[in-house]
Write a protein that binds this ligand. Structure first.
Ligand SMILES: [Fe+2]
Ligand SMILES: [Fe+2]
Length: 195
C-alpha cells in the first residue's frame, strides 16, 4: 500500500495525530470500479462496505470490524487466486504475490489491534481506500479480461475456450501491470498451434 504523507499544517496548534478517530468513509462503490464480472464486482462491493464500517467504527468496535474485513479479504483474494491458477497464472505471479503481501499486512494490523493498538488499523483502513481502486483497475481488471478471453465461468470453473489458455504460465499480471516478456505477448495455445 502506498505511504501516506502527513498533511502539512500552517497552524501554531500542534497537529492532531492522523487517523486516530472514526471518519466518514473515504471510498464508495462506483461504476468506475465495475469490471463487468458480477461475481468479482459483488465481492468488491462487500469489501468497500466492510471497509466503510471500519472507518466509521468507534474504538470499541474497531478490532471486530477489522477482523471481519480481514476474513472477507482472505476469501476475496483466495477466490481470485483460484481463478488465476485455474487459467494459466504461475504461482509466483505478481497479482498473487500482491494479495499475499497485503493480506499479511492486514493480519499484522489485526494482531496489533488485539493487543490494544488501534491506530495502525485506522491508518491501514485509510491506505486501503487508496490501494483498492488502483488494484481493482489494474490487476483485477486485467484478470477479468483474461478470464473472459478464455471463457472462464467462475461459478462452475469451466473454461469454454481452452485453446485461448496461455501456452506458458503467466508470470506477470496478464498484461495489467507488467511488461514482463513472459506476460505480455506470450502466445496462447491457439497461436502456438497456428505457428
Ligand atoms: Fe479483487
Ligand atoms: Fe486482486
Amino acid at each position: 500500500m502506498p505511504e501516506v504523507a502527513t498533511a502539512p499544517t500552517t497552524s501554531s496548534e500542534p497537529a492532531a495525530a492522523p487517523h486516530t478517530t472514526p471518519v466518514a468513509p473515504e471510498l464508495a462503490w462506483s461504476d468506475a470500479l465495475s469490471l463487468s464480472m458480477p461475481v468479482m464486482d459483488q465481492t468488491h462491493v462487500e469489501f468497500i462496505d466492510l471497509l466503510a464500517t471500519v472507518q466509521q467504527a468507534q474504538d470499541a468496535e474497531l478490532v471486530s470490524r477489522w477482523q471481519a474485513l480481514v476474513e472477507h479479504t482472505e476469501a476475496h483474494f483466495a477466490q481470485e487466486d483460484r481463478w488465476m491458477l485455474a487459467t494459466g497464472f504461475a504461482p509466483g505471479s505478481c497479482h498473487l504475490t500482491q494479495h499475499a503481501v497485503v493480506l499479511k499486512v492486514l493480519k499484522e494490523g489485526l494482531e496489533l489491534g488485539q493487543q490494544g493498538q488501534l491506530q495502525p488499523i485506522r491508518q491501514m483502513a485509510h491506505e486501503l481506500t487508496i490501494w483498492f481502486p488502483h488494484h481493482a483497475q489494474t490487476m483485477d481488471s486485467g484478470l477479468a479480461l483474461h478470464l473472459k478471453s478464455v471463457g472462464y465461468d467462475p461459478l462452475t470453473g469451466e473454461v469454454s475456450q481452452p485453446d485461448a489458455l496461455p501456452a506458458q504460465a503467466i508470470s506477470g499480471c496478464g498484461g495489467s501491470c507488467s511488461t514482463d516478456a513472459a506476460d505480455v505477448g506470450a502466445p496462447s495455445n491457439e497461436q502456438k498451434k497456428a505457428a
